[in-house]
Every structure is written in structure tokens, then in C-alpha cells.
Design a protein around this ligand. Structure first.
Ligand code: 0WD
Length: 254
């Protein structure tokens, strides 16, 4: 397809070959992009290195978004190797499993801050660094979920963080548009990944989607990857500040 020929970018949030970030990485690579991946900690390093090799991607090192020094290290590696980048994918979220079940009202202050930092602020933190490397403009993308818009069972504090993340997409789009940098999010339907396994009753949510979405099925990481390709390539050049649903249409019925 060649849509991403000559474009280089960073993908954060590959944990294994079920990760949404992996679906996005494959779609971008198929379209000709050059990729860099990060991993979080040594356990994931062993998973991510062979995946990176599969796509001829650079491994830009360990990045824990709660440690800003590790974010800076990744971006200086990219600056050294490439000088500039064209796109950024942020597919990172975290909350204590114990608070992704039961009632939102019982959320603790500690986990609230941590969830907000990792799942919302980190996108702004990486956008700050990426802006400096997007000298010819660029496209940034994050991942969100319908629990930002409506109350979904067990999503709780993560829904609040995703609402803030979606608002930050709009503010970042407004700030960075002058530099020809676009900022968007994909609101993906439920997909069985490592992160999703922490959410209470996740299997029931998948079944519910199979019965109730307009397309009568759930979505795949390949489908999220193709929508990401649109937003990150020049096909999406007129689109910024957008929350693009890739959810088999659930948001029109749910
Ligand atoms: O149904 C789903 N799976 C949906 C996921 C529906 C809609 C949206 N999303 C979102 C998630 O909220 C997240 O923002 O998509 C994004 C990617 O999630 P994923 O692909 O579902 O999950 P996973 O494969 O587990 O990747 C998320 C990764 C982490 O994996 P684990 O499972 O080890 O937490 O985010 C990374 C980590 O690699 N991550 C971090 N990276 C850097 N610093 C941190 C951190 N502090 N915490 C988590």
C-alpha cells in the first residue's frame, strides 16, 4: 500500500502479540513505516524484542511513564537515530485490578492518582517530547474506551481517566495544530488483551458486544490497526481532535 513509506514513529504499549499496539504496529509496517518500540521492564523486554525483530523495528528501550527520565531517554535515542519522527502511538493504561470491579465510589486517592498519571497524563508527557521531534508536522494517537462516555460495569476509575484522556486529546489538538501536528484517539471495542483481563466480568462484556453491537461481533486488533493507519497517514490529514470509534458500532446503541 505504501501509505506510510518514508514515515518513522514510536509505538508505546506493546506487551505481547495480543496488544492493540501490536495490531497497530503490523498495519503501519505493512504500509511501509519504520518503527521504534518501547517496553516496560525486563519481563516485557523478552517479549518485545522478538516482536520488534519481526517488524525490523528499533527497540528504543525501557520506558515506565511514571519515571520521566525513562521517557527522556527514549526520545533522545530517537533523536540520535532518526533526528525527527512523523508519528506517535500511545497504547498505555493501568489501574489496580482491585478497583476495576465493584463500585467507583470506593476508589482510593492513591490508585486514582496512579491511574490518572499512567492512563491520562502520560500521553501529554510523551506529546511534549514528540512535539520537539515532529519538525515536519506529525500525527499522534492514543487509545480510549466507551467507559469514558457512559458508565460501564467495573470500568470505574479507568472511565474517569479515559474521559480526561479524551479531553486532553482536544486540548493537545488545539495546541499543536499550528505545527501541523494532529492528535486523535481511537475508542476501541472490548478486545481480550492482558490489560483487559484485569477488568471484572470481561468475558461477559465480550458476549454482550457480540449480541448487541450493530455488526453483531467484537473487533480485532487488525481492525484497530487499519483505523490507526488512516489517522496516522496522510489519508487522515484533515482530521484532528477526533475520537474515532472502532467498536462494531456499539456507541450508537449502548
Ligand atoms: O478491550 C481492550 N483491550 C481495550 C483497550 C478497549 C479500549 C481501549 N483499550 C486501551 C487500553 O486502555 C490501553 O490504553 O488500549 C490501550 C492498550 O491496551 P491493551 O492492548 O488492551 O493492553 P496490553 O496489551 O496489556 O497493553 C497495555 C500496556 C501494558 O501492558 P500490561 O498488561 O503489562 O500493563 O501498557 C503498558 C504495558 O506495556 N503500560 C505501561 N507502559 C509504560 N509505563 C505502564 C507504565 N507505567 N503501565 C502499563
Amino acid at each position: 500500500r505504501g501509505l506510510m513509506e518514508g514515515k518513522r514513529g514510536l509505538i508505546m504499549g506493546v506487551a505481547n502479540n495480543r496488544s492493540i499496539a501490536w495490531g497497530i504496529a503490523k498495519a503501519l509496517k505493512d504500509a511501509g513505516a519504520e518503527l521504534a518500540l518501547t517496553y516496560q521492564g525486563d519481563a516485557l523486554r523478552k517479549r518485545v524484542e522478538p516482536l520488534a525483530a519481526e517488524l525490523d523495528a528499533i527497540v528504543a528501550g525501557h520506558c515506565d511513564v511514571t519515571d520521566e527520565a525513562t521517557i527522556d531517554a527514549v526520545f533522545s535515542t530517537l533523536e540520535e537515530k532518526w533526528g525527527k519522527i512523523d508519528f506517535l502511538v500511545h497504547a498505555i493504561a493501568f489501574s489496580d485490578k482491585d478497583e476495576l470491579t465493584g463500585r467507583y465510589v470506593d476508589t482510593s486517592a492513591d490508585n486514582f492518582s496512579r491511574t490518572m498519571q499512567i492512563s491520562c497524563y502520560s500521553f501529554t508527557a510523551v506529546a511534549q517530547r514528540a512535539e520537539k521531534l515532529m519538525s515536519d508536522g506529525g500525527s499522534m494517537l492514543t487509545l480510549t474506551y466507551y467507559g469514558a462516555e457512559k458508565v460501564m460495569p467495573h470500568y470505574n476509575v479507568m472511565g474517569v481517566a479515559k474521559a480526561a484522556l479524551e479531553a486532553s486529546v482536544r486540548y493537545l489538538a488545539a495546541d499543536l495544530g499550528k505545527e501541523k501536528i494532529r492528535v486523535n484517539a481511537i475508542s476501541a471495542g472490548p478486545i481480550k488483551t492482558l490489560a483487559a483481563s484485569g477488568i471484572g466480568d470481561f468475558r461477559y462484556i465480550l458476549k454482550w458486544n457480540e449480541y448487541n453491537t450493530p455488526l453483531r461481533r467484537t473487533v480485532t486488533i487488525e481492525e484497530v490497526g487499519d483505523a490507526a493507519l488512516f489517522l496516522l497517514s496522510d489519508l487522515g490529514r484533515g482530521v484532528t481532535g477526533e475520537i474515532q470509534h472502532v467498536d462494531s458500532g456499539y456507541h450508537v446503541v449502548g
